[in-house]
Design a protein around this ligand. Sequence first.
Ligand code: TMP
Length: 395
Amino acid sequence: MSKYLKFLDLGNQPLANNYLRKDQLIKKEKKYRLKVGINNESKLVSIEKPLSSKIMFNQNYPYRSSMSKTMIKSFKNLSDFIKKKFHPKKILEIGSNDGSFLKNFSKKKSIGIEPCSNVEQITKSKGYNTYSEYWNKNTAKKILKKNGKIDLIYSANTISHIQNLDEVFKSINIILKDNGIIILEDPSLLECLKRNTYDQFYNEHIYVFSLIAIENILKKHNLEVFHIQNLKIHGGSNRYFIKKKNNKIKIDLSVKLNRDKEIRYGLNNLKTYRSFAKRVQKSKKLLKKLFMKIKNKKKIIVGYGVTAKSTTVLNYCKIGKKYISYFVDTTLDKQNKYTPGTRIPIFEYKGLDNKKIDYIFLGAWNFKDEIFKKEKNFIKNGGKVIIHTPVPKII
Ligand code: TMP
């Protein structure tokens, strides 16, 4: 019988993307207990108690994939690859956000599904065919009726947000052509464990996938992975290329290599997760110590890029306004609000002034390279950077 085995407790957490307006500060926020575990049969790693999609993904969703040059470039490169390799006549994106991926394809060919109507409207306003719906069988049937079958389905950082994975793939099977391709992209569990990025877990990230778990889910739906790309995106992601079993495309070596790598690291073994949990507890202590040491010297620390991931770190490590004076972020919908749980003010990013800021804490550590390039003058002039992965340190 399959069992869910808990291995990590990240404490009481607020909704990770629920940035608070000033008038909301008088109210107590709803918190939930963030625990992580693994299914002993499917090896699927998930948070213990997922919240309802409607609470998390609605017309107030603040995330915009267009906020990072890294993402824009990655979407453009993948789109070029898709056009060259698969020549899709019709392409569907599940979780199309503000259209950063679809904009690389012609409007006639593309369909976007995005339940958060505020971001869905951005893509629609550019002339794209979008639906403000959750991905399920009803949505698949509705789209099938209006648009016919689909050649290629893409979904980045979305499937890990949907609790019912069987419904996800049943819905995909309703609409995908027999020779159609699915491309899924999500943070890699192996990289998460290796880099100690426990902040990949928050209420929206119900799952962090391994290839092992993905294969166990897919086989119930007559689907299989035929190619994998390991990406640097979001601190290490996997891009899974998936086909129907009766499609004759060859399964290439990348699949076996990735599977072997995961098995060698011990992703099949509960012991691996228990030692990860110990490293996470140690990381919490070290990060707090680092902040205390800096603050004792009366230095000013500013958060850089407020992310759902940083909500997990700050609330788990209990790092609040005492340590971080404020956050800066380029996303309009996060500005002039407060971080969930820790209630640190968030301001518009207007560059970093060495006279006013001694340290930045990288909330958006997943865009470290991009940020280091952008802030080379701040660093050259003595500005320091705090990062919590793979171990808390000052760069
Ligand atoms: P994410 O990790 O959930 O993708 O969020 C990244 C956040 O960081 C997003 O709110 C935009 C912000 N950001 C900046 O403020 N400046 C930057 O240079 C980058 C790359 C991201």
